[in-house]
Design a protein around this ligand. Structure first.
Ligand SMILES: Nc1ncnc2c1ncn2[C@@H]1O[C@H](COP(=O)(O)OP(=O)(O)OP(=O)(O)O)[C@@H](O)[C@H]1O
Ligand SMILES: [Mg+2]
Length: 259
């Protein structure tokens, strides 16, 4: 199953969620490929891969110049592989425009490796341009990380419209797996108010029960190249992402980990 982590708003914990969900699924015995679809390459460094040592990356794959199996590398963590990205991916945003099927390049590539993993998790960049459309067009489902802040709903509405377009044109099967509240701080009135407003406006199943709290261990772990469950496994952040993985497996009907 292929899942995009998407929100065109920047800094809402897409990458944090992609890395930590992927790692927590790996810990539960699921084979996971994390695809870095952002020229910032934060998922790549956050999972402990040095960008300057890379021969091939998502850029080469999306341009059709390398097979995914050639670009994917094993991370230092159990059951977890990454297709890394570097700044060069920004060029794809321009170069893809002259392709006939510019929004279907990633889908075409991932079809070759999808069967090798239980889950492919795509960390999208904060935009709704051609790269993000490639992510959505390649996905069975998308997961929407959201901060409980005043303008979050407007962004979500715009995204859901884009998804409708992708669904109509490229990928009829695409659906929302769920909204995840990130960096949640129950001491903040605004967080509490927006949370209850959003929970009321969506069906109960649409918003994950698990909420990711604001937690300093989560923000420290990427500079050590580690998912939080390995950086500080007992932290509130680690527990939240483990719980999210459990709920994610229930929602996707993913198989329980083989012992
Ligand atoms: N639960 C959390 N607690 C504390 N800090 C967090 C938490 N989640 C994310 N952060 C921090 O917030 C910042 C933004 O997170 P992240 O990079 O994951 O967002 P993003 O949506 O991927 O951003 P971009 O849109 O630039 O790709 C990072 O510095 C990250 O460490
Ligand atoms: Mg990011």
């Amino acid at each position: 199953m292929i899942i995009s982590i998407v929100n065109q708003k920047g800094g809402v914990a897409k990458t944090t969620t992609a890395i930590n969900l992927a790692a927590a699924l790996g810990e539960r015995g699921q084979k996971v490929l994390l695809v870095d679809l952002d020229p910032q390459g934060n998922a790549t460094t956050g999972i402990g891969v040095a960008k300057k040592e890379l021969a091939l990356s998502t850029y080469d794959v999306i341009m059709g110049e390398a097979r995914p199996s050639e670009a994917v590398i094993k991370t230092g963590f159990e059951n977890l592989w990454v297709m890394p990205a570097t700044q060069s991916l920004a060029e794809a945003e321009v170069r893809l425009l002259k392709f006939d099927n510019k929004n279907l390049q990633l889908r075409k590539a991932l079809l070759q490796v999808e069967q090798d993993y239980d889950f492919v998790i795509i960390d999208c960049l904060p935009s709704l341009g051609v790269l993000a459309l490639n992510g959505l067009a390649a996905s069975d489902k998308f997961l929407l990380p959201m901060q409980c802040e005043p303008y979050s709903m407007e962004g979500a509405a715009e995204l859901i419209n884009t998804v409708k377009r992708v669904k109509r044109t490229y990928n009829h099967a695409l659906s929302l797996l769920g909204i995840v509240f990130t960096m949640y701080d129950k001491r903040l009135t605004v967080n509490r108010e927006v949370r209850s407003m959003i929970r009321k406006s969506f069906a109960v199943d649409t918003v994950f029960k698990t909420e990711i709290p604001r937690n300093v261990k989560i923000s420290e772990s990427p500079s050590h190249g580690m998912p939080v469950i390995f950086y500080d496994g007992a932290s509130a952040g680690a527990m939240a992402y483990r719980k999210l993985a459990e709920e994610f497996l229930t929602k996707t009907g993913g198989k329980p980990a083989a012992e």
